[in-house]
Design a protein around this ligand. Structure first.
Ligand SMILES: *Cc1c(COP(=O)(O)O)cnc(C)c1O
Length: 385
């Protein structure tokens, strides 16, 4: 076990943060500055310009790197800005393998932007290891996937994908989007990933009041390239967002424990109802990858999807919630309900959605940290609608 998983709670509260040397301020200040004084030509304290260096940002980078068990963290203005920097590790003519159920914005960035700049890609169900093997080409430089996926909550065996790359003598970088699990539940670097990235907008910040992203790695070569791209492109995380995330991660361990617990109870409750034919949650024994979930994850996180297989009924349920708020996004302390077909996944072509099982009657819950009795009562009254 790595140090980070042993001392996870302590690291949530303290990692990357020292009392401010100027005033003794215990909390890391928000350094709102674009530039830094120089004592003479080229003589400074290592801080020159705000795009390149900001102390609040450095603190959140160190904090999140520690939580993921990585050495280096590079923070961006959004999750997709982080994804863009990862994709910019590649050059024209390079090939990448993309999970078939990645976040819609990740797919859009690859399919609509990066291909114009000459990247080639194959989208595969990365849960199917043979499909990953078959998709590998001599010029494959990156494998980018999410586990669990959104909103179907399918898993990919990270160590098995690592082994496939090794066997094929491929130097392709394995990049895992760990947004849905959070480092409390899953540590992809320990499982053989080269880098982990997040939309910090979700569980890491945890309070639905900031947009951000981060790349974390143990590999110095990758961290140097990503740091270069961050400075060259400039899609940095703002000092205010960095501070909000530092505040958020102080309670990450407490929040995630409650998200895990509430989501498990809701998934159990839903799966016992005869009027809900399908419930998707990695912590249910009926989940087709339950064994992998137990092996790869410490907990199963706060996302639960369910399908009534009745579009009209789903529409009525979606409008009837009183505590669950109908909104996109996830991972905040408050419970949200989302209709993926018209919200987060509207840009995915119908044929592709159908193949994934992402029907018009599917609802996705981001289960918050409220009283479970209230959440279940709200679900119960909504299901009667
Ligand atoms: C939200 C999300 C993203 C994109 O992050 P932004 O912060 O919105 O740019 C990427 N991956 C997953 C799994 C997400 O949920």
């Amino acid at each position: 076990m790595k140090k980070n998983s042993q001392y996870f709670a302590t690291n949530c509260v303290h990692a990357g943060q020292e009392p401010d040397p100027t005033t003794g301020s215990v909390m890391t200040p928000v350094y709102f500055t674009s530039t830094y004084v120089q004592e003479g030509f080229g003589i400074h304290k290592g801080y020159e310009y705000g795009r390149t260096h900001n102390l609040t940002r450095s603190a959140v980078e160190a904090n999140l790197a520690t939580l993921e068990g990585g050495k280096y963290g590079i923070a961006f203005g959004s999750g997709l800005a982080a994804a863009q920097a990862i994709l910019e590790l590649l050059s024209q003519g390079d090939h990448l393998i993309l999970g078939n159920n990645v976040y819609g914005g990740t797919y859009r960035l690859v399919d609509k932007v990066m291909t114009r700049l000459g990247l080639l890609y194959t989208q595969v169900d990365t849960a199917d290891l043979d499909a990953v093997k078959t998709a590998l080409r001599p010029n494959t430089r990156l494998v980018m996937l999410e586990t669990p996926t959104n909103p179907m909550l399918g898993l990919t065996d990270i160590s098995a994908v690592r082994s496939i790359l090794k066997e094929a003598h491929s130097d392709a970088i394995l990049a895992i989007d760990n947004t849905f699990a959070s480092p409390y539940n899953q540590l992809p670097l320990d499982l053989g990933a080269d880098l982990v990235w997040h939309s910090t907008t979700k569980y890491l910040n945890g309070h639905s009041d900031s947009i951000g992203g981060i790349v974390i790695t143990d590999r110095e070569d990758i961290s140097e390239k990503i740091r270069f791209l961050q400075n060259a492109g400039g899609a940095i995380m703002s000092p205010m967002d960095a501070w909000l995330i530092l505040r958020g991660t102080k309670t990450l361990h407490l929040r995630m424990a409650k998200h895990n617990e509430n989501a498990q109870k809701i998934a159990n409750w839903l799966s016992q109802r005869s009027d809900i034919p399908k419930v998707y949650f990695p912590g249910l024994p009926s989940h087709p990858q339950y064994e992998l979930a137990k092996k790869q994850m410490k907990g199963f996180s706060g996302m639960v999807s369910f399908d009534t297989l009745d579009n009209e009924r789903t529409r009525r349920i979606g409008a009837a919630f009183k505590i669950f708020t109908l909104a996109e996004s996830l991972g905040g302390v408050e419970s949200l309900v989302c209709h993926p077909a018209t919200m987060t996944h509207a840009s995915v072509p119908l044929a592709d959605r159908t193949k994934l099982g992402l029907t018009d009657s599917l609802l996705r819950l981001s289960v918050g940290v409220e009283d479970i009795e209230d959440l279940i009562a709200d679900l119960e009254q909504a299901l009667k609608a």
